[in-house]
Write a protein that binds this ligand. Structure first.
Ligand SMILES: Nc1ncnc2c1ncn2[C@@H]1O[C@H](COP(=O)(O)OP(=O)(O)OP(=O)(O)O)[C@@H](O)[C@H]1O
Ligand SMILES: O=c1ccn([C@@H]2O[C@H](COP(=O)(O)O)[C@@H](O)[C@H]2O)c(=O)[nH]1
Length: 238
């Protein structure tokens, strides 16, 4: 069953871009994801993307070591998402899709600064918009950024493209007895404290009545397969 969505914000895990030897970027993985997103645009989906930065820096973890304060570490985290976004923009252009990076943190010599109306205009023209720099503020995550931008840009859903094939009763990487949900509500996800996304992101999605689809992007063509309903995923919806 094809999902009834046209404009989708794809939230890509930064960690999913990482090479097996721990290097921050595996260009084969990057290229495969770009081809997959290119195929989704050819299938008629309008795509905005937020890439995480977990392959480079997570501010909360970095500042927990005590030598750096959280806002500075978070600034570094946001810069990491710009690096991932520029890499993805390059790979998308190579895959034949017009893509542009827009950053919430202004750096006009490097990429466009995010503003809602130009972003809507790019999407209306069929371009892929890669939204970098998170929300531009510390103490947030790219999950919250993804839901925020999806609501601003009139997206029909957020696809959290990650390393697990849905939302489980507990983290399936830590608890092998965890069971997978096909569907659950935002209220359930928040009440059960299911950590596949942070609570702020789930709460904003609930308020905006935005469905969140969670699926795995390890296999080729996963984004298209999830959006086409051919691949397993969980939908979090009202
Ligand atoms: N209840 C749960 N159901 C599914 N996955 C869960 C759950 N709780 C925790 N997780 C974990 O959440 C991870 C998804 O988050 P992801 O790795 O995409 O991180 P992120 O912070 O969004 O991105 P980044 O890698 O850029 O930091 C999964 O890999 C999974 O191990
Ligand atoms: O709005 C935001 C978004 C992100 N950050 C910082 O970036 C890193 C990487 O993002 P992930 O969501 O963890 O992949 C994050 O840990 C924060 O340090 C931010 O400050 N504000």
């Amino acid at each position: 069953m094809t999902m009834p969505f046209r404009r989708v914000l794809v939230k890509l895990s930064g960690e999913a871009l990482m090479a097996a030897d721990g290097y921050w970027l595996d260009t084969q993985i990057l290229s495969a994801l770009a081809q997959d997103i290119a195929a989704a645009t050819r299938a008629g989906f309008e795509i905005a993307i937020v890439v995480g930065g977990g392959n480079i820096i997570r501010g909360a973890r970095m500042s927990a070591a005590g030598w750096i304060d959280r806002p500075t570490a978070d600034s570094m985290g946001m810069l990491g998402t710009v690096m991932n976004s520029l890499a993805l923009e390059t790979a998308l252009n190579a895959a034949g899709v017009a893509a542009r990076t827009m950053s919430a943190v202004s750096m006009p010599t490097i990429c466009e600064t995010y503003a809602r109306q130009p972003a809507l205009h790019h999407l209306d023209k069929g371009q892929v918009v890669v939204l970098a720099g998170g929300t531009g503020n510390p103490f947030f995550t790219t999950d919250t950024s993804a839901v925020l931008r999806a609501a601003e840009l009139r997206c029909d859903a957020v696809l959290k493209a990650t390393q697990v094939d849905g939302v489980y009763s507990a983290d399936p990487k830590k608890d092998p007895s965890a069971t997978r949900f096909d569907r659950l509500s935002h209220d359930d996800a928040i009440a059960r404290d299911l950590k596949v996304m942070d609570t702020a992101a789930f709460a904003l999605a609930r308020e905006s009545r935005l469905p969140i689809i969670v699926g795995c992007v390890h296999a080729p063509s996963s984004v298209t397969a999830i959006l086409d309903g051919r691949s397993r995923s969980t939908i979090v919806a009202p």
